[in-house]
Design a protein around this ligand. Structure first.
Ligand code: F0G
Length: 446
């Protein structure tokens, strides 16, 4: 059931098929190069692309733009304390700013950092600090269809293998990403959160949570984990985060804003160190690269994110889209995650070898077919890794409605129907850093 109606609208436009063909060619078959005005339904990301509430827009008018000591910062501090239970807050311009500030403070050359699965910016910031990022997903995390309710969990045994290989002293930080974006947006159970916190305590490591989608994760715990069905989302969210020593947050997800992020922690000493680094990279520690009005919107958004109405219609919409695709027998990862539906590109194009990027071919065909923009998260985005060939359709928060979902499902089905006639792609030019390839490389049909 939806909990929203529109108060402001933005026109969208489906260009003709000819124009879509031309746009694809001009974009070098890379949808990051498409003008957004020519994208009919934009599922590139759920990050910063959602719709703010009337209360958030109203709060923006109260933004205190003082360089130091702004009252907007005090409001954010109160919201983080109430919603997330953390005392100290360092605002940053977005999630990766928080990663830079925290990991740059905690890590040294040669350190090793286990995580259920590192998101790409997390991995990059850990590498930038001279440390090594190691993934510890549970086995079966990448099974395309299974009934397992918490495929985002951290495999504690794999964590102990990392300890055995590198020694406790090399592991100052253990991270847990909720939900697990790089594992199809799958949730992490409360039992697993507890187990990871015990693991981190045993090896004397700081337990950091990447909390960007903490409210969506709380919803899955309420729906799927024993003993939580009668707990409120707000209570579950606070309990989830109560096990962490610190957290990094991209406000562009579950703080329901277009820009913003922060580090939060419990320890005064860690706060002071983090704050100093934030002043260097983000701005003075009461604004952190944000306008006071952005901070007000983030404080309000955090409170809205943990309401039952919000999160139920949010995750419900993602499940609804997955249901439409599954009903049409399309190859989709199940159960769906909290923020996106993931398509199995190899299930569409078994005739296209991985070297010819079946996932990227699918992304291009979705645009050609119905003006829908998704993102490839497989052989093109992660060269040299052995990841499944997934295409992510991420739903912006509080933005699209049932008719949009139906158009998306029809578009995917349309591509599936003509799947045998789709060919692969080859790279024409790419940037020097392989990790950033999918943002700007250009391709052409084979
Ligand atoms: N951690 C996770 C788990 C994320 O999903 C993201 C962003 C970040 C950190 C970085 O936050 O973008 O505010 O700097 N994910 C977006 C996505 C970009 O499309 O999944 P940011």
């Amino acid at each position: 059931m939806t909990a929203y109606k529109s108060k402001m609208v933005e026109r969208i436009h489906l260009p003709s098929r000819e124009v879509r063909d031309e746009n694809l060619e001009a974009a070098g078959y890379n949808v990051f190069n498409l003008p957004s005005k020519d994208v009919y339904i934009d599922l590139l990301t759920d990050s910063g692309t959602g719709t703010m509430s009337a209360e958030q827009w109203a709060a923006m008018m109260l933004g205190d733009e003082a360089y130091a000591g702004s009252s907007s910062f005090e409001n954010l501090k109160d919201a983080v304390s109430d919603v997330m239970g953390m005392e100290y807050v360092v605002p940053t311009h977005q999630g990766r700013g928080a990663e830079n500030v925290l990991y740059g403070t905690l890590l040294e050359e040669g350190d090793v950092v286990p995580n259920n699965t590192h998101f790409d910016t997390t991995r990059a910031h850990i590498a930038n600090a001279g440390a090594e990022a190691v993934d510890c997903p549970v086995s079966g995390a990448m099974e395309m269809q299974s009934d397992e309710p918490f495929k985002g969990n951290f495999d504690i045994e794999k964590g102990w293998d990392v300890v055995e290989e590198h020694g406790e002293d090399a592991i100052p930080v253990v991270v847990l990403t909720i939900t697990n974006n790089s594992t199809a947006g799958q949730p992490v159970s409360m039992a697993n959160i507890r187990a990871v916190s015990e693991f981190a305590a045993e090896i004397d490591a700081t337990f950091v949570m990447d909390a960007c989608r903490f409210a969506e994760n709380a919803y899955f715990i309420q729906q799927r984990e024993e003993d939580y069905e009668h707990h409120s989302i707000a209570d579950i969210a606070r309990e989830e985060l109560s096990y962490a020593d610190a957290l990094v947050m991209s406000g562009k997800k579950d703080a329901l804003v277009n820009i913003g992020g922060f580090v939060a922690c419990r320890d005064a000493d860690l706060f002071e160190h983090t704050r100093q680094r934030a002043i260097l990279y983000e701005g003075f520690s009461t604004y952190g690269g944000l306008a006071g009005r952005d901070i007000e919107a983030m404080a309000q958004g955090l409170r809205e994110a943990v309401t039952q109405e919000y999160v139920e219609s949010r995750v419900g919409q993602v499940q609804e889209l997955a249901g439409l695709l599954d009903d049409a027998n399309l190859p989709v990862y199940l159960p769906a995650g909290g923020h996106a539906v993931y398509l199995d590109a190899e299930g569409f194009f078994p005739h296209i070898p991985l070297e010819e990027f079946p996932g990227q071919a699918l992304v291009c065909e979705l645009y050609r077919e119905g003006g829908v923009r998704g993102v490839e998260l497989g052989s093109f985005a992660f060269p040299g890794t052995n990841r499944p060939e997934l295409v992510r359709l991420a739903l912006p928060r509080r933005t699209y409605n049932r008719e949009h979902l139906e158009h998306i499902a029809e578009t995917v089905a349309g591509v599936y129907e003509r799947r045998d006639s789709v060919s692969g792609l080859e790279i024409v030019s790419e940037p020097p850093m392989k990790e950033l390839r999918h943002f700007s490389a250009e391709l052409r049909p084979v």
